[in-house]
Design a protein around this ligand. Sequence first.
Ligand SMILES: Nc1nc2c(ncn2[C@@H]2O[C@H](COP(=O)(O)OP(=O)(O)O)[C@@H](O)[C@H]2O)c(=O)[nH]1
Ligand SMILES: [Mg+2]
Length: 425
Amino acid sequence: MSFDEDFENIYAKGRQRSWKDRFSFNSYRRKGFCSTLLFLGLIFLIVPLFIGTIYHFAIMKRSFDSASLKSLYEQYQDKFESFGYSGAVAEETRANATIVSLVRNEELWKMVDSIRDVEDRFNGKYHYDWVFLNEEEFTDEFKRVTANLVSGEAKYGKIPRSEWSFPDDLDIPKYEQSKQKLVDDNVIYGGLDSYRHMCRYNSGFFYKHPLLQDYQWYWRVEPNIKIYCDVNYDPFTFMIENNKTYGFVMALKEFEATIPTLWKTTKEFIQQHPEYVPENNLQQFVSRDGLRTYNLCHFWSNFEIANMDFFRSQTYEDYFQYLDSKKGFFYERWGDAPVHSIAASLFLEKDQIHLFNDFGYYHNPYGACPMNQEIFIENRCSCDYTKDFTFSLHSCAPLYYDIQKLEKPEGWRKKVRFPAPFMEN
Ligand SMILES: Nc1nc2c(ncn2[C@@H]2O[C@H](COP(=O)(O)OP(=O)(O)O)[C@@H](O)[C@H]2O)c(=O)[nH]1
Ligand SMILES: [Mg+2]
């Protein structure tokens, strides 16, 4: 077949098809209906999606832009003030107290969770101030978001550099070496300089901060904690009326690797100052063999309600200075929890220490949940009491109950066993 004949053939075939054939639905379906539809579909899907995304980010940017956030807050300020926290307790009946949080800017949203819980369960009725401390400047966002949630006055303080830095006479090679050892031994936070500064600051400085000079009492609140029960009374005035100085919720054992020489150092101190140790102290909580060894029990200091006069006393100041001179906050990794606890147990009368057994509280990984049903119901607790840490195997609270001759709640023997990966005893 010649090229012409071939062409004629094909052309003739084409002519035989009517215009109906060519444009009929079947024809379209055969020839590319699917791809046309796909093309149109993509256009209809992608274009709105693209525009939507751009719009979304533009709106997000605008609403989180600090200026518009600020004006939004200002706009709603009156409303927050009027409906948020009604029925406040009169100022005259309140204690000279504040809530205090040492916190990093990047912990803002964890702090927000804690504030909501404390405000909803307690402070919404009392309007105590809230002091936030940080070794850096707080960001505007941090201040704006938290101040908006606190029902008292929110205050923001920067920690002096001298209180959050290595002492001049720290032996740096020795420090690096001992730090590495803790890292090799997988000791929690063993490799962190910042954690050591934090523990030292909480041990010997927070109560000296200018913003805290106006107050006598504090409640320490960390980011990311939970308050599970209503606090239907003022724990500060409770402490005052009952001659208490130091209050806690949970007690457990410290990781021995973080404090190898803390007890030895403490014993040296009390040998030099026997006058600082009152007769009716709580030493059995920290030592079961007449002060020979430390049993590692400590009050979990992420929650504390206490009188700063204690920390500001000559006794405590001398104790802190002695500890600090040994550099154990750096060469080891002494925590503020064992330091506060040993001090409270040795330098206070045992009646001055109080366990808030009606508080529902959680700090990762443990929680306290009142097993006493009356308390649980009256305070509208929202925790699982079968998971209460207080009477579990690794808790030091049962020892505390025994020393203080407190009545344990019904069912306390059904101890809950917790996984305790870091516990050594
Ligand atoms: N500003 C500031 N706060 C810190 C720093 N490290 C810890 N904190 C705070 O100190 C408290 C204890 O620290 P955290 O990480 O919770 O330790 P943990 O409770 O022992 O696991 C919390 O309130 C933290 O927000 C830090 O480097 N800077
Ligand atoms: Mg914590």
